[in-house]
Design a protein around this ligand. Structure first.
Ligand code: R5P
Length: 285
C-alpha cells in the first residue's frame, strides 16, 4: 500500500504512512501563470493499492483532490480519505434555486472508480448519500475526550454551544464520565434573551466548549463570553475541524478562551490531537 499525501494533508498523510509502515509518495503541486493547478504523482504507483489523503478546505483543495484521483488511474485500487469535507454545511436548499453544494462536491469526487471514500465527522451525515462510491464516516470525537482526560483539566464540564452540538458533546464527554450540557437560548421578554447551560452550573468549574467546526470563531466567542459571565473558571475550546478563518483565534482568545484544541484534519499549530492512528486502524481492515 502507498499513501499519497494531498497538499492540504501532508503531515497527517505522513503520520498515517508511519502507522501503516508504508511509503508516502512524492507528489508535485504547482500553479500555472494563468492560475490553473498542476498535480503529478512522482513515484511509480502502477498496480499498487493507494490511499489519497486530502482535506477539502478550499476550492483549490478540491481541484487538487480531483487531479490526484485522476493521476492515480494506474493504481490497482484507490481509496480516498477526506479528513475535512468542506461545503458540507450547504447540505440542502435553504432558498429556491440554490445549489446543494455538498451534493455537487460529492458527485464530482465519486465520479471516478474508487474503492472506498472515508470522511471524518461530517457536519451532517446525510451528505454521505450524495456520494456514488462506497463512503464511510469516521467518528473521532472520543480522541478529543481522551486528550481532555490526559490533560487533567478537572473539574471539567463539556459544553456544546447549541442544540446542534448535542450528540458531539455527549460523544466527547460520556465515555470519560465528564459532565456535559448544551447552551440554550431562552426568550425572557421581546428584547431580552438569556443563554445558559440547560441544566448544569459552570460556576467555579473549568469548561471545554466543543463544536464540530470552528470557522469565524463567532459561535465560540459568544459562548465563551456567556460562560465567563456565569463565573466559569478556565475556558478551553475543542473542535474536530479547525477552519479558523480570518481572526477567528483572536476572537476566541479575546472572549476569554485559554487554549484552543483541534485535530489534524486541518493542520495548524492548534492540531494537538492526531487522528492518524485511528485512520490507520480503519485502513488496515
Ligand atoms: C454550525 O452548525 C457548526 O456546527 C458550527 O457551530 C459553525 O460552523 C461555527 O461557525 P463559526 O465559527 O463561524 O461561528
Amino acid at each position: 500500500m502507498k499513501i499519497i499525501p494531498g497538499i492540504s494533508s501532508q503531515v497527517l498523510a505522513t503520520r498515517i504512512a508511519a502507522e501503516l509502515d508504508c511509503k508516502a509518495t512524492l507528489c508535485e503541486y504547482k500553479r500555472f501563470p494563468d492560475g490553473e493547478l498542476y498535480t503529478r504523482i512522482v513515484d511509480d504507483i502502477k498496480n499498487e493499492e493507494v490511499v489519497i489523503v486530502q482535506s477539502v478546505n478550499s476550492d483549490s483543495d478540491l481541484i487538487y483532490l480531483l487531479q490526484l484521483i485522476d493521476a492515480a488511474e494506474e493504481a490497482s485500487n484507490t481509496k480516498v480519505v477526506i479528513p475535512y469535507l468542506g461545503y458540507a454545511r450547504q447540505d440542502k436548499k435553504f432558498k429556491p434555486g440554490e445549489a446543494i453544494s455538498a451534493r455537487a462536491i460529492a458527485r464530482s469526487i465519486s465520479a471516478a472508480d474508487l474503492d472506498t471514500i472515508y470522511v471524518v465527522n461530517v457536519h451532517n451525515s446525510n451528505v454521505l448519500q450524495f456520494f456514488e462510491a462506497d463512503t464511510k464516516e469516521l467518528d473521532v470525537s472520543s480522541l478529543i475526550g481522551d486528550y481532555i482526560s490526559r490533560e487533567g483539566i478537572a473539574p471539567v464540564v463539556i459544553i456544546g454551544p447549541d442544540a446542534g452540538a448535542t450528540d458531539l458533546t455527549a460523544a466527547v464527554a460520556a465515555p470519560f464520565g465528564f459532565e456535559y450540557d448544551v447552551l440554550e437560548k431562552k426568550r425572557i421578554t421581546g428584547v431580552e434573551v438569556e443563554i445558559k447551560p440547560k441544566a448544569l452550573s459552570v460556576e467555579g468549574k473549568n469548561v471545554v466548549i466543543v463544536d464540530d467546526i470552528i470557522s469565524t470563531g463567532g459561535t465560540i466567542a459568544e459562548a465563551a463570553s456567556l460562560l465567563k459571565a456565569q463565573n466559569a473558571s478556565d475556558i478551553y475550546v475543542a473542535c474536530i475541524h479547525g477552519v479558523f478563518v480570518q481572526n477567528a483565534v483572536l476572537r476566541m482568545l479575546n472572549a476569554g478562551v485559554k487554549t484552543v484544541i483541534t485535530t489534524d484534519t486541518i493542520e495548524s499549530v492548534f492540531s494537538k490531537v492526531s487522528i492518524a492512528e485511528m485512520l490507520a486502524g480503519v485502513l488496515k481492515k
